[in-house]
Design a protein around this ligand. Structure first.
Ligand code: FES
Ligand SMILES: [Fe+2]
Length: 395
């Protein structure tokens, strides 16, 4: 079956139209732009925060940065999950400063010891036994909207969150061409085989743009291009609806040397075998789907020029449980990540240069990055001339 294309493959005609403008450099360096992005994207959309299985048992918690807020995700006594702003309702101390942990029964503020149960209710305030019930009820932790999907906890800080179905699920469906396609990996059931956290000195948008294009693949990803020969042509798998890049004929698995990987995940169809799919869920999730595992990236912008990426390698539960050596399997995409993030850091170095004041250009195989730029620009108010210089699309 010939995969449908999102757009016709641009055929360079040698005209100026072959080159489209990027965002200007200031959009990658300006802290005011970054603050607006946090507010209008990361605090407005659904954000993939933590892996649900990381919160094992009642009282397990993880703290995660969503936009400008620290959010606490907690497993309650019934096995459900709740999310709250990580702010004590007494005088505002940060409730949990650890990244993760487990509490016995309550979340206790380290400042004056107000305590909240695992559902966020205020249950004790020392030396104030007669706090009126109405006051106590109104001083619970501030809840954050939460959805679980594909084994991950997604959060949204917006008062009126966008439809999860029309945004997150639609993005995956749009890429894979079929709402049932991703379900066949049964990601919720998979087990964590490896996790690497990357601290990347680059603006988050450079990471998204990099993940969207494959113009760089033949240049910086020798192992990946060896395994997926069509990547040498410069078109990302994401360019085509439903298309997975085919493995090289002599590749036995998605491994760093093309050697055998693990068994095909049981739900996959023959058509999904020996193929690589990549999905971006804006603004911060990248997923790679291969026959025997899933590589799931969550990206957390820290500053205009710094982004932390947590990357999970997920396998059929029996694979890590058997003590199998995951090295050759996981090392392939770890190398790809390292190669990509080095390229992003190299690019970040120039974003403040006068040579990039009006930005760069997108060649035809990168034109779909223009959609991403328009998506950002439509949501993030451009800094006024008075405070930050050029806006998107300016040239
Ligand atoms: S600030 Fe938390 S108990 Fe006082
Ligand atoms: Fe890459």
């Amino acid at each position: 079956m010939t995969p449908a294309r999102t757009t016709a493959v641009p055929r360079p005609a040698g005209s100026a139209d072959d080159l489209l403008p990027t965002l200007p450099g200031s959009w990658y360096t300006d802290s005011r732009v970054f603050a607006r992005e946090r507010e209008h994207l990361f605090e407005a959309l659904w954000i993939c925060a933590v892996r649900a299985a990381d919160l094992e048992g009642p009282g397990a918690f993880r703290t995660v940065q969503v936009g400008r807020e620290s959010v606490l995700v907690v497993r309650d006594r019934d096995g459900g999950l709740g999310a709250f702003l990580n702010v004590c309702r007494h005088r505002g101390a940060r409730l949990c400063t650890e990244e993760s942990g487990t509490v016995r029964r309550t979340l206790r503020c380290p400042y004056h010891a107000w305590s909240y149960d695992l559902e966020g209710r205020l249950v004790a305030a020392p030396h104030f036994p007669r706090m009126p019930e109405a006051v106590r009820a109104g001083r619970g932790l501030v809840p954050v909207r939460l959805r679980e999907w594909l084994g991950y906890v997604w959060l949204c800080l917006a008062d009126e969150p966008p439809s999860f179905e029309d945004t997150v699920i639609a993005a995956v469906t749009e890429r894979l061409g079929d709402p049932a396609a991703v379900e066949r990996w049964d990601i919720e059931r998979l087990a964590l085989g490896r996790r690497v956290t990357y601290d990347v000195r680059a603006n988050w948008k450079l990471l998204v743009e990099n993940f969207m294009e494959c113009y760089h693949c033949a240049v910086i990803h020798p192992e990946l291009t060896g395994l997926l020969p069509e990547f040498a042509e410069g078109y990302a798998a994401q360019y085509f609806v439903g298309h997975g890049a085919a493995f090289a004929r002599d590749a036995r698995g998605f491994t760093v040397d093309g050697g055998a990987g693990f068994g095909r995940l049981p739900g996959l169809t023959a058509e999904q075998d020996r193929r690589y799919y990549a999905v971006t869920v804006r603004p911060q999730v990248f997923v790679n789907l291969v026959p025997d595992h899933v590589i799931w990236h969550r990206m957390f912008p820290v500053d205009a020029d710094r982004t932390v990426v947590e990357c999970d390698w997920l396998y059929a539960p029996e694979v890590p449980a058997s003590g199998a050596d995951l090295e050759r399997s996981a090392d392939l995409f770890h190398r790809v990540n390292t190669q990509d993030f080095a390229a992003c850091e190299r690019t970040q170095l120039s974003m403040g240069s006068r040579a990039y004041r009006t930005g760069g250009v997108l060649v035809p195989s990168e034109h779909h990055i223009g959609d991403f730029h328009r998506w950002v620009a439509a949501r993030v108010p451009a800094p006024g001339d008075a405070d930050a210089g050029t806006g998107p699309g300016a040239s």
